[in-house]
Design a protein around this ligand. Structure first.
Ligand SMILES: [Zn+2]
Length: 61
């Protein structure tokens, strides 16, 4: 039986586009980069409604 991979919708805080992350990548402590605007986020938590809490990673210059 084929295992169905669950995808998590994550809305970018900057550009409001929806990124699809695999369930494995949508875990607290993981980072992801918005494929639309390139902003990098750390996933800091999961809200009661199942959406992810994001913390933008700012590059140090
Ligand atoms: Zn974005």
């Amino acid at each position: 039986m084929a295992e169905e991979k669950k995808q998590i919708d994550v809305q970018c805080l900057e550009c409001k586009n929806i990124n699809k992350l695999s369930e494995d990548d949508a875990k607290v402590g993981r980072w992801f980069e918005c494929k639309f605007c390139g902003t990098t986020y750390e996933i800091t938590g999961v809200k009661p409604d199942g959406s992810l809490e994001l913390h933008p990673i700012e590059e140090e210059k």
